[in-house]
Ligand binder design. Structure first.
Ligand SMILES: Cc1cc2nc3c(=O)[nH]c(=O)nc-3n(C[C@H](O)[C@H](O)[C@H](O)COP(=O)(O)OP(=O)(O)OC[C@H]3O[C@@H](n4cnc5c(N)ncnc54)[C@H](O)[C@@H]3O)c2cc1C
Length: 350
């Protein structure tokens, strides 16, 4: 593994790979440090029935398109195969498995502390995503629940819930997709949400969201594709089926959790399991020594650079790093812009 580089990229999911692609094009020396054993980033940890919300042509990283898939909305193993092929095609400098434990500031650079020794870098790009930092809200009585609780990040399919009474909490895309996935296997599935479901029109999917985000970018509208995607449900075929069966009727959020279920108003909803589909936070533990966090839950950034230490930048994560930057098609824009900046600063402009 290289011990002295211009740029160390932490994370080898789609954000890390497309950043490496742009740095490579500009001749900037770099290494990608990824803690997974295999390529594919967080996609390796999703449930098998997960489908992309856009066709392959709208799910490509810069440079090399995702091959088409016979189904309109490709399954997750197609995404993983694509990321592996992308990495190999460009012979990207990915080291794995390497876990970055810390990043320390020194006057003449940054020390990236890993489980395989230190790497010195002039600049660190953090591309660690959100999937390893699932968020679960606090609900009274939660610890007393006798059944199983898990976050959607750890959901692996319906088989584990055969014959069980399950509450799926969260009225976004994960919540409705997992509810649909459990139908026919679980004894009962209750979709619980603090707000009403908001479906996008049935003929609108990730393609249209991306086009709208692109149009808005020019108008400097703060709303992004992610904001729309998070707040609105893409009516994928299985979701439509579940809705037609009446399985997506929402129950109000729990007032409290008790050992054998949850109380909603005057009702006791008896439960064997609760699946929290309540979102994620940026996975930034490796940067804690730099004390970059602000009260928003993520570092203050200007042009993707940490205000408190501009030698650290961020790609992926969510709209705070660029429009649609937590999507396959959107992340390349952020990566390209950052690579151009670094090329100027590090003196390697082609
Ligand atoms: C349910 C769901 C459905 C989605 N569907 C779509 C979709 O249809 N289309 C779309 O475009 N997007 C979709 N997304 C969003 C998005 O594409 C993913 O969140 C994507 O995985 C983000 O990629 P990333 O590279 O930023 O992060 P990740 O894929 O999480 O990659 C980060 C990598 O960094 C590694 N890492 C983390 N910490 C460290 C460390 N300290 N040291 C070393 N390595 C580390 C991780 O192990 C991982 O390999 C979906 C998201 C969710 C939750």
């Amino acid at each position: 593994m290289r011990r002295d580089v211009d740029v160390a990229i932490v994370g080898g999911g789609q954000a890390g790979l497309v950043t490496a692609y742009h740095l490579r094009r500009l001749g900037i020396e770099h290494v990608v440090l990824d803690e997974q054993r295999e390529p594919g980033g967080a996609w390796q940890a999703t449930w098998p029935s997960l489908r992309l919300f856009s066709p392959a042509a709208y799910s490509s990283l810069h440079g090399w398109p995702m091959p088409p898939h016979p189904d309109t909305f490709p399954p997750v193993d197609h995404v993983i195969a694509y990321l592996r092929a992308y990495e190999e095609h460009y012979d990207l400098a990915v080291e794995r498995p390497v876990t970055v434990r810390d990043v320390r500031a020194a006057p003449d650079g940054l020390t990236v502390v890993t489980d395989r020794g230190d790497v010195r870098a002039r600049h660190v790009v953090s591309a660690t995503g959100t999937w390893s930092a699932p968020f679960v809200p606090l609900v009274e009585g939660q610890a007393s629940f006798a059944g199983r609780q898990l976050h959607s990040a750890h959901y692996r399919g319906p088989a584990d819930f055969a014959g069980q009474r399950v509450a799926v909490v969260g009225g976004g895309n994960s919540g409705v997709q997992i509810t649909a996935d459990l139908l026919g296997t679980a004894e009962r599935v209750s979709l619980v949400s603090a707000r009403r479901l908001r479906f996008l029109p049935d003929d609108v999917d990730g393609r249209h969201l991306f086009d709208r985000a692109t149009a808005r970018q020019h108008a400097v509208d703060p709303e992004t594709m992610e904001a729309e995607f998070v707040g609105n449900i893409v009516a994928l075929p299985r979701v439509r089926e579940a809705r037609a069966q009446g399985a997506l009727r929402v129950r109000a959020m729990f007032d409290r959790i008790v050992p054998d279920g949850a109380v909603i108003g005057r009702d006791l909803l008896e439960l064997d399991a609760i699946i929290w589909c309540t979102g994620y936070r940026p996975a930034l533990r490796h940067l804690r020594s730099l004390r970059l966090r602000t009260s928003d839950g993520h570092p203050e950034v200007v042009d993707n650079r940490a205000v408190r230490d501009p030698r650290v930048s961020f790609v992926g994560y969510g709209d705070w790093t660029g429009p649609a930057s937590a999507t396959l098609i959107g992340v390349g824009r952020t990566a390209k812009r950052l690579a151009a900046q670094l090329s100027q600063e590090l003196g390697t402009a082609a």
